[in-house]
Structures are given as C-alpha cells and as structure tokens.
Design a protein around this ligand. Structure first.
Ligand code: C2E
Ligand code: CA
Ligand code: CA
Ligand code: CA
Length: 275
C-alpha cells in the first residue's frame, strides 16, 4: 500500500488507526474481564425427541460487562481466539460447566464448545482431566463440541487428541454440521459420538424439499455410523414433528427454551421434565 503513494496511504491511516485502537481496547478489556470474573455461562436444554425429556444442556458463554451489559459470544470469542486468551478462558468454561453440571438434579449431560485454538493447545487434555476431577462429574456426562474447522488442521494431531479425550470417557460431537467445509469422510475418519445438524437446515424443514432431504440423509447416515444426531435451532412444533419422523435423536432450540442463566437451570429441568 505504501508504494501507491504517500497521499493514498495517509488517506486510510486514521480509519485503520481507529480500528486498531478499538481492537486493542477490547483486548485489554477482555483480559481484565477474565481476571475480574465477568464471564458467565448460560445453559440451553437439549431434548430427547422420542421422550421429550432433557438429555443434556449446552453451555454458552456470555460476558456480563459493567457498562455494555450482556455481551454475546460472537462479539468476543473470535478476538479471544486470535490473541490466545481462548485457552485460559476455555479452561474456565470447562471447569465451570462441569462444576455446575455436577449439582443438577438427574444426570443430564453438559456440552461445552471448544474453539479450534483451544482444541489444538497443549494443555487441553489436562484441562479436561482436571475439570472432571475437581467437579467429580462422571466423564460420560461431559460432551465436547468441535467444529469442522478443527478437522482442517493437522489430521494426525487432531486424531490423537480425539482419541485421548475419548480415552477419558468423555463424548465428542461435531458442531454446525453441514456448514463450511463439511466432508463425509470426517465422519468416517474421526471418532465422533454425535453430529449436530446446523440450524440453517432445520429452518428449511417443512418448507424446502432440499432441507428435508439433507436432514433425512444426515440422520440416516449417522444412524448407520452409530452416531447420535442433534438438530439445532428447532423453533416450531412442525420442525420438531418432522425431526421425529426422520428419526433424529435430539433437538435443541427456542421451542423448548432459550439459553438460561445457571441459577434457573434446576427449576427449568424440573419444569421441562414434567411437560
Ligand atoms: P453454537 O455452538 O452453534 O451455539 C448455538 C447458538 O444458537 C447459540 O448462540 C444459541 O443461543 C443459538 N440458538 C439456540 N437455539 C436457537 C433457536 O432456536 N433459534 C436461533 N435463532 N438461535 C438459537 P450463542 O449463545 O450466541 O453462541 C454463538 C456461538 O458462540 C456458539 O454457536 C459457539 O460457536 C460460540 N460459543 C458460545 N459459547 C462458547 C464457549 O464457551 N466457548 C467457545 N469456544 N465458543 C462458544
Ligand atoms: Ca455448539
Ligand atoms: Ca452449533
Ligand atoms: Ca454455530
């Protein structure tokens, strides 16, 4: 850009500067927030389609910012990932989710999202081990959700990590299936227990033949591979019925509940299981 002449470069400079400053400020704010304990986990129920009972809950992070209020993950996870803060933040998420899950009535599973940088970090298996030990949570009740991006990284290392995690007794799920670089070979090569079908396909259920066909095919395929399927973003009874007919095992979405603060979960679990 410099070669294009000083005038032009200077034209863009103030804007670039402003963006860099904003980013730098957010970075400092994020580190402060982690030290101050401003992060919080919400939980969203995942329902067994056949029985309509809660089989698990997904932990979803929020930032309770002193001035900006409740900040959603999309606003800070990408930067946390970029600056490496995702590793300590992710360790906190693991420990906190396991600690809470161990106190819930019944034995629902808890699902935790792992970002690609966290998955690739050296300390991941130790972090999972210590979260389980400290909480006393049965390993089979912890489910780790990873996206397809992880599969694009060094395959041997990814496989080795997945096997070490599975040796601990935890479950692994492929998140957002069908978006990005989906490949059927991933399902064959990597030892997933579950596939979460992305919301974009569920939205089209009962409306587009294509979405119906895709959800049906993925469900059948997973059945054949001994993997559970979970539909994400289920918002209507019609979508739920369609999933039931297709043999999809689990459903998650606003139809049952939005993600709720930890304090509401024990009551929510009782309410939903009565329904
Ligand atoms: P995700 O893992 O795909 O999580 C599902 C997202 O869909 C959540 O958004 C959830 O609130 C939303 N959702 C659930 N049901 C419905 C529905 O019926 N309709 C609609 N429109 N949306 C629904 P949220 O909580 O904003 O999280 C966004 C993303 O941030 C997550 O997508 C995940 O990729 C990431 N994330 C959240 N918590 C963590 C975390 O602790 N660690 C990491 N690394 N990433 C996280
Ligand atoms: Ca997820
Ligand atoms: Ca997802
Ligand atoms: Ca997603």
């Amino acid at each position: 850009a410099k070669a294009e002449g000083r005038g032009r470069w200077r034209f863009f400079e103030p804007e670039m500067d402003a963006r860099m400053q904003l980013r730098r400020a957010l970075e400092i704010d994020l580190r402060r927030a982690l030290a101050m304990g401003e992060f919080e986990l919400f939980y969203q129920p995942i329902v067994d389609v056949a029985s309509r009972r809660v089989s698990g809950l997904e932990a979803l992070i929020r930032w309770r910012h002193p001035e900006r209020g409740l900040v959603p993950p999309d606003a800070f996870i990408p930067l946390a990932e970029e600056i490496g803060l995702i590793v300590p933040l992710g360790e906190w998420v693991l420990a906190e989710a396991c600690r809470k899950a161990a106190t819930w009535p019944g034995t629902p599973k808890v699902a935790v999202n792992l970002s690609p940088a966290q998955f690739a970090s050296r300390g991941l298996v130790d972090a999972v081990t210590s979260a389980l030990e400290l909480s006393g949570l049965t390993p089979a009740r912890l489910e780790l959700e990873i996206t397809e991006t992880v599969m694009l990284q060094d395959t041997e290392a990814t496989l080795a990590t997945l096997h070490r995690l599975k040796a601990l007794g935890v479950r692994v799920a492929m998140d957002d299936f069908g978006t990005g670089y989906s490949s059927l070979s991933y399902l064959q090569r990597f030892p997933f227990d579950k596939v979460k079908i992305d919301r974009s396909f569920i939205r089209g259920l009962e409306q587009s033949r294509q979405s119906d066909a895709i959800v049906g095919a993925v469900t059948d395929l997973c059945l054949g591979l001994d993997m559970t399927t979970t539909a994400e973003g289920v918002e209507t009874e019609a979508q739920f019925e369609a999933l039931h007919r297709k043999g999809c095992r689990e459903a998650q979405g606003y139809l049952f509940s939005k993600p709720r603060p930890a304090g509401e979960i024990p009551n929510l679990l009782k309410q939903l299981d009565r329904a």
